[in-house]
Design a protein around this ligand. Structure first.
Ligand code: DAH
Length: 349
């Protein structure tokens, strides 16, 4: 007669010794399967008297249940550690990529990108949302909807690159971020989601010869507010708040009358020269002020072009150079340093 206790103890030891799920499957086969010791004991039941058969049957049944439970527990445990091992083996070690840069280290964001992110943060803190628009625009968005009709002298300020795509409409690399004003207002009118409080950073193009303060490919950040009861005081307050927040409390803004076709009245936006702090120096031509961009109240003709009801809404807009901001904040003498990829310059920032 088989000693069930001995069989069970031995089987338990085998279950505990199984190192993998596959091992455990084999153990299960040999312990609980047809050829296993328990099955053999079961076959002996037939030769027993009923009393003995019943008690022996119960002993066998309980032993089998304990073994099944032990196997299930062991399987859960083994499967978990196998999965852990597989994950550890598969781990993608991203730090390895940095080693490929060698002694140069892992690098950092370019100053222009960092400046854009800082400007976005400043405006988001003032309640603006960040929007984007295409870099290639039709003549309508870049010029006409902004109240710059064909042959208008103001086009001279924006000499740009024209794309010959064989389309009926003229396509240009945008000369400023102002066309995104048109996209935002059209969309808001279409979806009934006025008011708008947005800033729009992005790349712009002009057929300019690069010099210390100009690049043919440069970056602007545009602002557009369209709401009820907006006045020039809101524009001036927004500009001054931004200036102090971004450049520091000792830097101020001033607005000087100017002309832009898409704003009326329009102003040039200047800040205290960050080099001489207003005293006058070579960089600011002795004036103590540096021009950053333009601004003004959205021209009624622009509202008409996009279908904003100007009896209900008014608004202001501004636009200035991101590269110019970086130049002013970090005292960079020549803007071309930003695109020359000279590591001696880039590493300082
Ligand atoms: N788009 C103008 C430029 O590139 C700058 C500008 C002036 C933007 C006045 C504005 C504005 O939004 O109101 O020179």
């Amino acid at each position: 007669m088989i000693d069930v206790e001995v069989v069970e103890r031995q089987a338990m030891a085998e279950v505990g010794a199984a190192k993998t799920v596959a091992d455990l499957d084999d153990v299960e086969q040999s312990v609980l399967g047809k050829r296993g010791a328990l099955a053999a004991a079961h076959r002996q039941l037939g030769a027993m008297d009923p009393e003995q058969r019943r008690s022996m049957g119960r002993v066998l049944h309980e032993s089998r249940q304990r073994l099944e439970q032990a196997i299930t527990d062991r399987r859960v445990h083994l499967a978990a550690s196998e999965r852990e091992a597989a994950l550890a083996a598969d781990r993608l070690d991203l730090t390895e990529a940095f080693e490929a840069f060698g002694p140069e280290g892992r690098g950092h964001l370019h100053l222009t990108t960092r400046t854009r992110l800082e400007l976005e943060d400043t405006f988001v803190g003032m309640g603006f949302v960040v929007a984007e628009g295409p870099e290639a625009e039709t003549d309508w968005y870049n010029f006409e909807a902004l109240n710059i009709p064909p042959a208008h002298p103001a086009r001279g300020m924006f000499d740009t690159f024209y794309l010959e795509l064989g389309e009926p409409e003229t396509v240009v690399l945008r000369t400023h971020t102002s066309p995104v004003q048109i996209h935002l207002m059209e969309e808001a009118v279409r979806s009934g989601t006025l008011p708008i409080h947005a800033v729009i950073p992005g790349r712009c193009y002009r057929r300019d010869t690069p010099d210390a303060r100009h690049l043919a490919v440069f970056h602007q950040i545009e602002g557009l507010v369209v709401d009820r009861g907006i006045t020039f005081a809101d524009l001036a307050g927004t500009i001054e708040t931004f200036t102090g927040t971004y450049f520091g409390a000792d830097i101020h803004s001033r607005l000087r009358p100017a002309y832009f076709p898409f704003t009326e009245p329009s102003a040039e936006y200047e800040i205290t020269c960050t080099i001489c702090h207003g005293g006058g120096c070579r960089t600011c031509s002795g004036t103590g002020w540096i021009e950053l961009g333009g601004c003004g109240m959205v021209d009624p003709a622009v509202f008409d072009a996009v279908g904003v009801d100007r009896s209900e809404w008014s608004g202001f807009a501004f636009g200035f150079g991101i590269d110019r901001c970086a130049q002013m904040r970090h005292g960079i003498a020549d803007l071309r340093a930003l695109i020359e990829n000279d590591l001696r310059f880039l590493r300082q920032l």
